[in-house]
Design a protein around this ligand. Structure first.
Ligand SMILES: Nc1ncnc2c1ncn2[C@@H]1O[C@H](COP(=O)(O)OP(=O)(O)OP(=O)(O)O)[C@@H](O)[C@H]1O
Length: 236
């Protein structure tokens, strides 16, 4: 379970995240949806202990990330930014993470197979396609067999096949009773993937609930969003 309570983060005078609260239940895919600059990455970075809040809490199983005893075994994350060393082979990248987190070596081949990269395990990271690179990031997140997955824009840049693969994977993961939180600014993709939706705009939560409740009475998640927030969509 993820619980965000009254979370605020300011950069200078401006609040990137402004007193937001929501929880993410197990057994569901929860979509964290908002336009560029809405505050999604800031929230996820605080949740994963990569940044500090100015107020409020972001807890994973009741604790801040930094207090988790075995973080990789509790929560797997895929964030934008620091990727693997390009010259390193996929298998070596995962082995390095596994070894530094006391994860048995055999788990590396399990996660490679789970994301469909078993056949390219010995390929250098720089020779993987974009989709394969995303799968490798997901494989790293899965190494500790975590109950919780937190993914920032996991389908960015993927082709339709890649997007469908990620969608199916995440829904299957949640169907095992696990917790999946993924951010996106792509509303159509979110409408196909998420069971629950948390909408953030300008650092504030503008809607939160089951996808069918959010979209009830609207033609699409997109029109629901614009109706709920009064946003004209100019920034999407
Ligand atoms: N290190 C920083 N210093 C100053 N401002 C920042 C910093 N990080 C984020 N911001 C600002 O905080 C706001 C929220 O940014 P954030 O990256 O969380 O949005 P986002 O919803 O993840 O957007 P995107 O979809 O573009 O990734 C933006 O206005 C951004 O410019």
């Amino acid at each position: 379970m993820i619980e965000i309570a009254n979370l605020t983060k300011r950069y200078g005078a401006r609040a990137a995240v402004d007193d937001i609260s929501f929880s993410v239940p197990p057994g569901r895919v929860t979509g964290f949806l908002g336009p560029n600059g809405a505050g999604k990455s800031t929230t996820l970075r605080i949740l994963l202990g990569l940044d500090r809040s100015d107020a409020g809490t972001a807890l994973i199983d009741g604790k801040p990330y930094r207090r988790l005893r075995y973080p990789l075994h509790t929560v797997g994350a895929l964030l934008d930014g620091a990727g693997p060393v390009p010259e390193r082979r996929a298998i070596d990248h995962l082995t390095w993470i596994a070894q530094s987190n006391r994860i048995p070596r055999q788990r590396v081949s399990e996660v490679l197979d789970a994301v469909g990269l078993g056949g390219v395990a010995k390929r250098q990271v720089k020779k993987l396609s974009l989709g394969m690179g995303q799968r490798l990031g997901l494989a790293a997140a899965l190494l500790g067999n975590p109950e919780i997955l937190v993914l920032d824009e996991p389908v960015n840049g993927l082709d339709p096949d890649g997007i469908r693969w990620v969608r199916t994977f995440l829904r299957d993961y949640a169907a095992q009773g696990r917790t999946v939180l993924l951010s996106s600014h792509l509303m159509t993709e979110m409408a196909d993937t998420a069971h629950e939706v948390v909408v953030i705009a300008r650092g504030r939560i503008t809607a939160h609930g089951p996808l069918d409740e959010i979209t009830a009475g609207h033609a699409s998640l997109e029109s629901a969003f614009f109706a709920l927030t009064g946003d004209q969509g100019s920034r999407w």
